[in-house]
Write a protein that binds this ligand. Sequence first.
Ligand code: OOG
Ligand code: MG
Length: 259
Amino acid sequence: MTQIDHVRWAAYLQAGVDDRQEVQGIEKQIESLPLDDAYAIQAALLEMKLARGDKVVGAKLGLTSVAKQEQMNVSDPCYGWVLESSILDGEEVKLDELIHPRVEPELVFILGEDLAGPNVTADDVLDATATVVGGIEVIDSRYEAFSFTLPDVVADNTSAARVAVGTDGVGPREVDLLTLGCLLEIDGQITGTATGAALLDDPAGCVAMLANHLGRHGQKLEKGWIIPAGAPTDARPLGPGTVAHARYSHLGTVTVRGV
Ligand code: OOG
Ligand code: MG
């Protein structure tokens, strides 16, 4: 049995959020952090946020593209929660609320039906999806210099901080999600291009993995939830005055700016 104090480490990470202060990686401080314990810390962190009045409005994937896995030096995907407080209302991202934010494009599934694992397939995901929209996630790892192991980033709710959700949705079978194009533009410079297939060869398959992960914990994806499937390109810093556009074929453009 593990001796890891999940609530203590959740409080440690939440203090990083509250103080806008980087913290040291957990795995640097203890012998090892098994993945199950990392998800237990994530669950304790979620409880803390819910006790403060926040609400779950979705769930997310991270590290589902080669671009992201190479950038972060972590070779497995991870799962986290999308909180009501993280949804951006407009383009402005208040930098004084964050530590060292980065932006990344996201394909976002909006569910029209519940989706409960195990055995959820990509086809089931398309059946349960109301629309697919573009988005930008603002990630803000609580760890020093965005340096973490897989268990560390899981404990930290996969660096989730803010998310801008686009409005130009398409039906999940209206366009081919594998060839759907996406580019990230920072202050007029294109920093990355990708198609939907960058997400482990199939973005709907990523959402199926998430549903099956939650199924193992007796949880499910719920109707109306917002599901960012992971960034198809690498992430870029969002500083004061930075303007980031994520431009999509079929899904329009989503913009955020650092203020
Ligand atoms: C982890 C967050 C990963 C994504 O889309 O890959 C993520 C990180 O890069 O800090 O949200
Ligand atoms: Mg992301």
